[in-house]
Write a protein that binds this ligand. Structure first.
Ligand SMILES: Cc1cc2nc3c(=O)[nH]c(=O)nc-3n(C[C@H](O)[C@H](O)[C@H](O)COP(=O)(O)OP(=O)(O)OC[C@H]3O[C@@H](n4cnc5c(N)ncnc54)[C@H](O)[C@@H]3O)c2cc1C
Length: 411
């Protein structure tokens, strides 16, 4: 089959790898507008669930991904730099650029043709393709070309955010809320390699305007953020990836949904098909799971239409829970002032359960986590559990090319 992926992000590259592993005869081209090694953003989080999936699907790239990530065994919530609570939890992150480098190398090794610095304007250039995959991200041009077929819904969030980095490395995943004369502003941060941390700042549009960000240049904006969060940054600066282009990348989150995911031989995947708010850190995971799901469906069905229907149906069902959680989480962050005056332990718990309700024992565990010895105990149990799970998946994948079936597209 001749397949063209428009977009060389995690979705496009991981699909190319997964499809080639299932059928070496596929002729796959990935078309990416950026030069090789150039991308946006800093680190992205992922969970054991995704790692299990990657090990089952392609142990070779999974080993390299797992060799690299930073991890944390606690989350901390700070308010005004003086009140602090703990959330526990465990997670991993990897630099987006590093992840893409690994995927590019693996895909190339499997014979995928990756064409960098080629921007797709319309699909006439791919008239000979059996399948065109629109994996060109949240603002997908391909999706917009066929908008009336996909019945796309686009909602723009209220809050302003900016995705920065810093060399201040925190031990934990951090949420820190600061009060300014113009209202509340906060950051979430997590390390993604030995010396770099993702640092996402968010605030309401009123606070953003009130602080004068609408009139500030890139260096002035960063300086103001460094002043606001000086207490946490401990003398480190914030890094703005767009500085050299004279831009400050303040954005609003764009929520994308599509009633229909394919049209003729064109199918949506990753952020082009659906987005989930970055506060639940799942977009890359969903994009890579879509990729495995589509490769599975193409392997299972000779008829393209049946395969695309199968993919759509399964992936829609798989993502619905996270999409709902992402909406709840977005709303929580849009209503920070309603919760911020709660006692810190309750505030932190409200932040924890922003994705939905949890059973009562979760709250008891949260209270226990505030006690240093119990927190250390929880962390040790968590490290042990994650270590065992890691060893199990490595053993499962040991010496194999692919552990079939990947199944992760449904988890
Ligand atoms: C602030 C922030 C934090 C995030 N944190 C996390 C996190 O912690 N964990 C997580 O899992 N996810 C996170 N995400 C989400 C994640 O970045 C995306 O969901 C993920 O990158 C989607 O992958 P994709 O391949 O679908 O799209 P993308 O990664 O956007 O890739 C699309 C590619 O298509 C290319 N392209 C676009 N148009 C064209 C064209 N016309 N021609 C050729 N190429 C084109 C682009 O250059 C790009 O390389 C975060 C997102 C944001 C904004």
């Amino acid at each position: 089959m001749r397949i063209v992926c428009v977009g060389g992000g995690p979705a496009g590259l991981y699909f190319a790898i997964s499809a080639k592993l299932r059928n070496r005869d596929h002729d796959i081209t990935v078309v990416e507008r950026n030069p090789s090694g150039v991308t946006y953003g800093w680190g992205v989080t992922f969970s054991d669930g995704l790692l299990d999936c990657l090990y089952r699907n392609d142990p070779q790239s999974a080993r390299r991904i797992f060799d690299s990530p930073a991890s944390w065994g606690n989350q901390e919530v700070h308010v005004r730099g003086t009140r602090r609570a703990h959330l526990g939890g465990y997670g991993f992150a990897i630099g987006r650029k590093h992840l893409l480098d690994i995927l590019v190398e693996r895909a190339t090794g499997l014979g995928v043709d990756i064409q960098f610095q080629r921007e797709v304007k319309d699909l006439s250039e791919f008239a000979d393709a059996d399948l065109v995959i629109a994996c060109d991200g949240v603002h997908s041009r391909v999706r917009r070309l066929y908008g009336e077929h996909f019945q796309t819904g686009v909602d723009v969030g209220r809050n302003k955010y900016i995705w920065l980095g810093t060399h201040r490395v925190f031990d934990s995943f951090m949420f820190a809320f600061e009060e300014t004369t113009a209202g509340w502003i906060w950051f979430y941060s997590y390390p993604f390699n030995a010396d770099t941390t993702t640092f996402i700042v968010e605030c309401s549009p009123e606070t953003w305007k009130g602080l004068g960000f609408d009139g500030l240049g890139p260096d002035e904006s960063i300086k103001l953020l460094e002043d606001i969060f000086a207490h946490h940054l401990d003398g480190h600066s914030l890094m703005n990836p767009m500085r050299d282009f004279g831009k400050t990348p303040w954005l609003e989150f764009t929520r994308v949904t599509n009633a229909v995911w394919y049209h003729d031989n064109i199918v949506l995947m990753g952020d082009a098909a659906h987005t989930t708010h970055f506060s639940i850190g799942s977009g890359t995971t969903l994009a890579m799971q879509d990729a495995v799901g589509l490769a599975d469906s193409l392997e299972a069905h000779d008829d393209l239409r049946v395969a695309l229907e199968d993919y759509t149906e399964k992936r829609r069902a798989a993502i619905i829970g996270l999409q709902n959680a992402a909406v709840s989480s977005t709303e929580w962050f849009e209503n920070v002032p309603s919760y911020i005056d709660l006692p810190i332990t309750q505030f932190a718990y409200s932040l924890w359960k922003r994705r939905g309700d949890y059973p009562l024992w979760r709250y008891q565990l949260h209270l226990a986590t505030q006690v240093a010895t119990l927190r250390r105990l929880r962390r040790s149990v968590s490290v042990l559990r994650h270590g065992l799970r890691g060893r199990r998946r490595m053993k499962l994948a040991d010496g194999r090319d692919r552990v079939s079936p990947a199944r992760c597209a449904l988890e």
